[in-house]
Design a binder for this molecule. Structure first.
Ligand SMILES: N[C@@H](CCC(=O)N[C@@H](CS)C(=O)NCC(=O)O)C(=O)O
Length: 111
């Protein structure tokens, strides 16, 4: 049963809508978000949940599905650790920091 639910979860994750990553903030400025991840990473899942709850537009780059994303991540950050969120091209590691940042930017007043 555990395997079945795990597989179902993986399928759900892989069918998630991949946006273009462009977000318009309340002050009219734009922020481009790219998340390097892989789907069985539990730290990535915490970030997925936050992205979904906050309805943020994120472009996903799966480092296990496409070799070029892992290569690119390593070239820019010097490591292959995920999740890594690029905010307007600037990398941010650590799921807790990423979630805190997302909540600070995208949580609706009163929400
Ligand atoms: N403290 C980090 C842990 C992230 C982490 O351990 N990610 C694993 C995958 S679940 C990883 O990327 N390990 C290094 C590697 O695969 O090169 C966070 O919360 O984001």
């Amino acid at each position: 049963m555990y395997l079945v639910s795990l597989l179902r979860d993986v399928v759900a994750r892989t069918s998630r809508v991949d946006g273009d990553g462009l977000n318009v903030l309340s002050d009219g400025s734009t922020v481009h978000l790219v998340l390097y991840k892989f789907d069985t990473c539990r730290f990535c899942r915490r970030v997925f949940d936050s992205v979904d709850a906050l309805q943020v537009n994120v472009e996903y780059r799966d480092i296990r599905r496409e070799r070029r994303w892992k290569k690119e991540l390593m070239e820019v950050t010097g490591k292959s650790q995920v999740p890594c969120l690029f905010v307007n091209g600037v990398p941010m590691h650590e799921s807790a920091d990423i979630i805190r940042w997302l909540e600070g930017r995208f949580r609706q007043a009163g929400g």
